[in-house]
Design a protein around this ligand. Structure first.
Ligand code: GDP
Length: 214
């Protein structure tokens, strides 16, 4: 898939207020500073679609982007930002978890993991929570500037081993670097395939409804 158009649509803080639609949605989440904005920009081939900043914790809303007029990306606030009050952190946390649990058109959550560091407790906790709640998820390793590098490979393997302590099966994983610009083709192919199957299912549902009505 090639992203031909990517437009910022709107931001919300309450999932109940996010407009419902018929388009499949893919959400991006990770620790502050994991490289989420950079990855979204890289996937979309845009420099400033999602703000890249050195000030972690800036994105505090659910940010919606229209992609090719056929699907949506949702940029979720980075979790685990230390420099805010516990009250504020709990508020964000509730907002994110409510969105993930209650958004009907959400197809996948892309959990971003920094490939340059060993597994972090907060990431394992969050992914564990999603697993327990049967949230369809994909892991995207970020900042893998040297994809075949020893440390990168080791961090990725250790992360997978941690997941396998709890799970029987690993989720789909991708390895990317927004800086070195590699890894996006596989991610976009996955998104295209899933969006296609969403529309196919929708079509057969409609046909079935028509048949039942006649
Ligand atoms: P966010 O807070 O998760 O949205 O992260 P940003 O996209 O703002 O990136 C945080 C920092 O990581 C910035 O200084 C980026 O330049 C840097 N960064 C993002 N992607 C990469 C990458 O692929 N490789 C490297 N080396 N740095 C990256």
């Amino acid at each position: 898939m090639q992203i031909k158009s990517a437009e910022y649509k709107a931001s919300y803080i309450d999932v109940a207020k996010c407009p419902k639609g018929e388009v499949p949605e893919f959400a991006f989440i990770g620790r502050s500073n994991v490289g989420k904005s950079s990855l979204i920009n890289y996937l979309c081939g845009r420099k400033k679609l999602s703000k890249v900043s050195n000030t972690p914790g800036k994105t505090q809303t659910l940010n919606f982007f229209d992609i090719n007029e056929t699907l949506q990306f949702v940029d979720l606030p980075g979790y685990s930002f230390a420099r805010v009050s516990i009250e504020m952190r709990n508020k964000w946390d509730n907002m994110i978890r409510n969105y993930i649990l209650h958004r009907e058109q959400l197809m996948y959550v892309f959990q971003l993991i920094d490939a340059r560091i060993p597994p972090q407790k907060v990431d394992l906790e969050f992914i564990g929570w999603m697993g327990k709640n049967h949230v369809p998820l994909v892991v995207i390793f970020t900042k893998a500037d040297k994809a075949g590098g020893k440390d990168t490979l080791q961090n990725i393997q250790t992360f997978k081993n941690e997941l396998l302590k709890e799970w029987d099966e690993l989720p789909v994983t991708f390895v990317t670097s927004a800086e070195k610009k590699h890894g996006k083709e596989a991610v976009l192919e996955f998104i295209e395939k899933e969006a296609r199957s969403y529309y196919k299912q929708k079509k057969s549902q409609l046909e079935e409804e028509k048949e039942n009505a006649s």
